[in-house]
Design a protein around this ligand. Structure first.
Ligand SMILES: Cc1cc2nc3c(=O)[nH]c(=O)nc-3n(C[C@H](O)[C@H](O)[C@H](O)COP(=O)(O)OP(=O)(O)OC[C@H]3O[C@@H](n4cnc5c(N)ncnc54)[C@H](O)[C@@H]3O)c2cc1C
Length: 446
């Protein structure tokens, strides 16, 4: 456990007890006497999906950077999850990555991943957080409004409606409120009602239709590797991911852009897998035992809210996680960004709570810029995605395509690419002269 830091107040509240709320709760536990997370759902003890996190039924990969931060916040977390059946491995060696017509060559690296269902991951983090004696979770409570002191320019708590057993709306006061309520966050309208401007919102439409199914995992599948990712790219932008999970299961997600629907019947689902540019997912599901129904999820837009641009913002209030920025899920970034935002929040709190919102948004914007560039930049290769295709975006996409081709044989390039995709390093590292030279040499060999 990280030692007690400066004492910043009596009570902090987090709206939402999903991944970003739990991680924010961990950051706050060092600074406040009491931390209360409030969620509208009943939170299951078993590793089961729940209503407030419908994406939890779909394949969730935790990038290497996310696993590293989780380990920092909750030492021993990976080993604990592996002891319960999650699968850990080298993401450069134990996962197949296909994009732009080529596989990255597999190579030993320091990039360690954790293959685990989303409900198990969330439940594991929640269990660890609740070991802090000053943290508690109030379930089945809907946060309706923020409490606000206009004279002090300050959020002072929340209004809550318990879901069952009481008609009474409760006021809970606090020194800090963190909104981690996901994409549907009501913070923009709460701010409007309190007399502040709403943040600018950017939306990049992708209209992705996911279909996910669980299958029994057998040792011979995928030559013992823990996953394969067939990235969406030209010509048809079909996406496929298969990842190991606890309970000797595979989670398989197939997806298409802009109405290219994955069929929801057995035959159509398998045929969609057959249509992917590589056969690994089809080879598994054509005769593996399905362990449940084919489940849909519709994801419409990459969405970012620029709170850092607001000239006025109340004291005692922060917004984080998907409420701040939510990314096209095919890049698997959301939970890792939530992890790094928790570190950023903790870092901001070391300097006190004065101006915490403004300071956090500025720092978070710098860290969000990178995954946003990766997700939106890649999506802009699709001709139907509307957004500005700057010279830089077009150059980077052109270059990455070539890098992938060269990284089919060059293990140094494969590792460098995965370090960036796993948010361990910045994309600029791929543009260094040494890397560019390897990319160029690789072109001569293919
Ligand atoms: C299909 C799909 C696949 C994905 N795959 C990946 C992946 O592979 N890797 C990855 O890193 N990320 C992935 N993501 C993204 C990831 O799910 C999110 O980034 C992550 O869950 C963090 O979200 P959050 O905690 O901010 O919000 P959410 O997970 O949306 O949680 C919001 C919480 O707030 C609660 N809540 C909302 N409103 C209120 C209210 N008024 N009062 C009380 N409680 C409230 C909800 O009940 C919920 O618990 C995927 C997303 C989708 C849609």
């Amino acid at each position: 456990m990280i030692g007690k830091m400066a004492h910043l107040g009596r009570h902090a509240i987090v709206i939402g007890a999903s991944m970003s709320g739990l991680l924010a709760g961990r950051a706050l536990a060092d600074y406040y006497d009491e931390v209360t997370l409030v969620d509208r759902d009943a939170l299951p003890l078993a590793y089961e999906p729940r209503k407030g996190v419908p994406q939890g039924r779909h394949t969730h990969g935790l990038l290497a950077r996310g696993r590293e931060v989780l380990e920092q916040l909750f030492p021993g977390f990976t080993a604990e999850m592996v002891a319960e059946g999650a699968v850990s491995g080298d993401v450069a060696d134990a996962v197949l990555w296909f994009n732009h017509g080529f596989y990255l060559c597999n190579v030993h690296s320091d990039l360690s991943g954790l293959a685990i269902s989303r409900p198990m991951l969330e439940c594991g983090v929640r269990r660890r957080l609740l070991q802090f004696p000053n943290v508690r979770i109030r379930e089945r409570c809907d946060v309706l409004e923020l409490m606000h002191d206009r004279d002090r320019n300050r959020v002072t708590g929340i209004q809550v409606a318990p879901r069952e057993g009481s008609e009474r709306v409760e006021m809970i006061s606090s020194d800090l409120v963190v909104d981690a309520s996901g994409r549907g966050s009501r913070s923009p309208s709460w701010l409007g009602a309190m007399g502040y401007a709403k943040p600018r919102e950017e939306q990049i439409k992708v209209n992705i239709g996911y279909k996910t199914r669980l299958y029994r995992r057998r040792p011979e599948h995928l030559h013992g590797k823990m996953g394969a990712i067939i990235a969406a790219c030209r010509p048809d932008w079909r996406f496929g991911a298969v990842l190991a999970q606890e309970g000797e299961r595979w989670t398989v997600s197939l997806a298409g852009y802009f109405g290219d629907e994955v069929p929801a019947d057995d035959f159509g689902y398998i045929e969609f897998a057959r249509s992917l540019p590589k056969p690994e997912i089809f080879d598994i599901i054509k005769d593996a035992e399905p362990l449940g129904p084919i489940l849909p999820y519709q994801f419409s837009t990459n969405q970012r809210r620029y709170y850092e641009e607001l000239a006025r913002f109340p004291e005692g209030f922060v917004v984080c996680g998907d409420a701040l920025c939510s990314f096209n899920p095919v890049y698997g970034q959301g939970m890792t960004v939530a992890c790094t935002e928790a570190l950023t929040l903790r870092e901001c709190l070391t300097k006190g709570s004065e101006g915490i919102g403004r300071r956090f948004f500025r720092a978070a914007a710098r860290l969000i810029d990178i995954p946003w560039q990766i997700a939106v930049g890649s999506d802009l290769q699709h001709e139907r995605v509307v957004g500005e295709r700057t010279v830089q975006v077009r150059f980077v996409n052109w270059y990455i395509e070539r890098l992938f081709r060269s990284a089919n044989r060059d293990s140094v390039l494969a590792t460098k690419f995965l370090e960036v995709a796993n948010l361990m390093r910045t994309p600029s590292t791929l543009l260094s002269p040494a890397v560019a030279l390897r990319v160029w040499k690789g072109q001569l060999l293919t």
